[in-house]
Design a protein around this ligand. Structure first.
Ligand SMILES: Cc1cc2nc3c(=O)[nH]c(=O)nc-3n(C[C@H](O)[C@H](O)[C@H](O)COP(=O)(O)O)c2cc1C
Length: 264
């Protein structure tokens, strides 16, 4: 069976749709107002991966709103493969942080020349944030074939969509969030009592921050920089420039190639 949660089959009435109009009018009819649009783009631009937190708390109603936002993410075949575990216990948090620290050391060893630069980076704030959420891929995913027969990793892509929803909603709520993936998933899975077939994919720090970084911390620390938009958008075939593409307004404020840090 494709999906145990599937809706029972029955005759469906047609999907209600408004009167057809031109595509431009249809877009005008469905678009948000200018202020709402600006707020969406603002949250996208100002979202940051945060590693410095101000302690405090996240009210249950806010945490519930954020998790509902995550749960409204798209998912392949609507499989909703995300599971969230809130970790309030301080001892368990410390053990999760120790798992991250162990992997940080292993990552440093694998980095060769960049080892020292990497070790200077702050890569997590697990014990400083008001909340710690673990996000896992659910067990039983092999039952879901729709959209995954050739790309089984679309389950992970779906979980990433949920985490991004959480991230953007948290930014709008004035809360910082950090995604840590630097851990051995088996070790973290054991600590969290995950069933066979489930897999931990993120440790999420969430909570009040004194302020948001103005640019990605890894850019500020000269580990990497955002690639120019034109270097990642093609027309027709790989590598062919897209002549219609307008510059990303954020690039005007960014340092020039010479000033900026080099990539990995
Ligand atoms: C899938 C994923 C895993 C990540 N894992 C880590 C991590 O283990 N440690 C860390 O410090 N940052 C982690 N990050 C955050 C990235 O470093 C960050 O998104 C990137 O530097 C860009 O910065 P920004 O999110 O502020 O735009 C992760 C981000 C993603 C999307």
């Amino acid at each position: 069976m494709e999906n145990d949660d599937r809706v029972p089959e029955r005759a469906l009435p047609p999907m209600p749709m408004p009167e057809p109009t031109t595509p431009a009018d249809a877009t005008a009819r469905t678009a948000y107002g200018a202020a709402d649009r600006a707020a969406i783009y603002r949250a996208i631009r100002e979202r940051r991966d945060m590693r410095h937190f101000a302690g405090g708390q996240v009210a249950p109603e806010v945490l519930s709103r954020l998790l509902a936002a995550a749960h409204h993410a798209p998912s392949v075949g609507f499989m909703q493969p995300w599971r969230f575990i809130r970790v309030a216990d301080a001892a368990l948090r410390r053990r999760l942080q120790a798992a991250v620290e162990a992997e940080r050391q292993r990552t440093a060893d694998a980095l060769g020349q960049r080892r020292d630069a990497f070790m200077r980076l702050k890569v997590e704030g697990l014990c400083d944030a008001a909340e710690l959420l673990a996000v896992a891929l659910a067990d039983g995913r092999e039952a879901h074939v729709f959209g995954r027969r050739t790309l089984p990793q679309m389950d992970l892509a779906s979980v990433a969509c949920a985490i991004q929803n959480l991230w953007l909603a948290a930014r709008a709520e004035g809360l910082g969030m950090g995604w840590v993936s630097m851990f051995d998933p088996d070790a973290v899975g054991k600590l969290l009592g995950l069933p066979a077939g489930a897999q931990a994919v993120a440790l999420i720090s969430l909570g009040p921050v004194q302020g948001f970084y103005e640019e990605p911390m890894l850019q500020r620390e000269r580990w990497a920089r955002r690639a120019p938009l034109a270097s990642v958008v093609f027309e027709g075939t790989w590598g062919a420039p897209a002549p219609w593409l307008q510059a990303d307004p954020a690039e005007e404020d960014a340092p020039s190639q010479e000033e900026g840090a080099g990539h990995g």
